[in-house]
Write a protein that binds this ligand. Structure first.
Ligand SMILES: O=C(O)CCC(=O)C(=O)O
Ligand SMILES: [Fe+2]
Length: 241
């Protein structure tokens, strides 16, 4: 595929253009992109957490039974680099999203440009931006969940680890579970390092079985942080009601 949106600064988009991400997504429902952004960019993004003017809302997870820790949703306009990454990543993931939806018997009509998909979200009342920064301290964790915010759902999302395991924090592993029909859940840990991204299914993915394709339900979360401070950036492609 020749992307029409050039790679934005600071992110290793080439990893998306050689088919490796697509093959991993098809096989496992997630793809680990090592070294997606550099350590300096990680530190700059994590440092934004305290900048109130950038955010539309703050969620204290314990208040909602979501876990322990905090996250903040960015306000529009997004910081330019996030807007560029969101646009460029969407364009690379939309063909995969369409193929997955077709395989699952769902509408496979995600437009090639993110602006057109956002216009669809906004017309349905999903107008609030969903990119977020998460912050965890010792004993914090994120319960298994699905980031669904309305009728319009783009089936893939991206998380980027901004802190360095073993230095900034211990524990706090990124966990994915999948549940096949009539089977117990299977967990996978993605061993992210600082600056790594994980692309993963928001809620479900197609799996090819001997009797055709079936849907597997996916959830993600974070195990307990044992020490230190952990920051993550989340990029979700649908907006929220
Ligand atoms: O902190 C994490 O690694 C998980 C973040 C998350 O739930 C998300 O980006 O949707
Ligand atoms: Fe999430």
């Amino acid at each position: 595929m020749t992307p029409s949106v050039p790679p934005p600064p600071g992110a290793a988009l080439h990893a998306f253009d050689d088919g490796r991400i697509e093959r991993a997504l098809d096989a496992e429902g997630h793809a680990h992109v090592a070294g997606f952004i550099d350590a300096r960019t990680c530190r700059e993004l994590a440092a934004c957490y305290g900048d109130d003017a950038r955010f539309r809302s703050t969620v204290v997870m314990a208040r909602h039974g979501f876990g322990r820790g905090e996250y903040r949703y960015f306000a529009y306009p997004l910081p330019p680099v996030l807007a560029q990454w969101r646009t460029a990543l969407y364009e690379r993931l939309a063909p995969i999203a369409n193929r997955w939806h077709a395989a699952m018997g769902l509408p496979a009509d995600f437009p090639p440009a993110h602006a057109d998909f956002l216009a669809r979200c906004h017309a349905a009342g999903q107008r609030r931006p969903t990119p977020l920064l998460l912050r965890y301290g010792a004993d914090d964790y994120n319960c298994l969940h699905q980031d669904l915010y309305g009728e319009h759902v783009f089936p893939l999302q991206v998380a980027i680890l901004l802190s360095q395991p073993g230095e900034d924090f211990d524990g706090g592993e990124f966990v994915l579970t999948e549940q096949r029909p009539r089977m117990q859940s299977r967990a996978q840990v993605v061993p992210l390092r600082q600056g790594d991204a994980v692309v993963f299914a928001v809620a479900q993915r197609p799996v090819q079985g001997s009797r055709g394709t079936y849907r597997v339900a996916m959830r993600h979360g974070v195990s307990r942080v044992r020490r230190g401070r952990r920051h993550t950036l989340g990029l979700i492609f649908h907006d929220a009601l």
